[in-house]
Design a binder for this molecule. Sequence first.
Ligand code: KIV
Length: 255
Amino acid sequence: MKSTARSVRALKGVRPVVCLTAYDTPTARMAAEGGADLILVGDSLGNVVLGLPDTVGVTMDMMVHHTAAVTRTIQDRLVVADLPFGVAHEGFSKLLGCCRRLLQEGGAQAVKIEGGATLAKSVARLVDAGIPVMGHVGLLPQRSRAKGFRKQGLTPEDQARLLEDARSIASAGVFSMVVECVEASFMPTITAAVPVPTIGIGSGKGCDGQIIVIHDLLGLTPVPPPFVRPEARLHRSGVAAIRRWARKVRSRSSR
Ligand code: KIV
């Protein structure tokens, strides 16, 4: 099942888009074999895998390193790499240079950029340069130190801002957009307003697809976000397996 930015865009109105994060060979294999249409090497890498408090400390070198691990493992699925904190606000040539690294050194097919209307011009220039861009509106984790983590789209003003953000990046040429933690009852309005798939996380069912952090889905995160219903308990079963093996080692019954 090969997927590309164009094939994912074309799924709007056809069927829901299945998206998962991955950060290394085992998670990329699981995501692909499980049937993900799009694999995101998210900067959630920082808090999920690297023990950082949030995504702010994630660097370009970290993103390139983990994106390359995923793209070495999986060749038939659209792999999107996140642009780290601050990069999109540092001037276009820096932004273009970082996108080039993610595509040329990391092997990603596309990049994801957090931000709305204020970044639309940069998005349009990247698309013009031939770089497929996934947008990200609603709650922006890279701005959480300034703005916190709160539900988006609860007031008419906030809803108008969200619509403007979604419409501007759609006009700039994104092939899809993550919409994070938006009030579920407002989500269908955003989905109807843009011609590309809206990929929800914590935003209810009114999206064209869903994305989730693979460690949350598989039960590897100690305290997953409240909207996540884990489909496995890999941390628990892993600890139990290690305890069984440790007992065998101690009783000298393991080879
Ligand atoms: O970094 C990430 O994993 C993300 C997803 C949660 C959408 O941006």
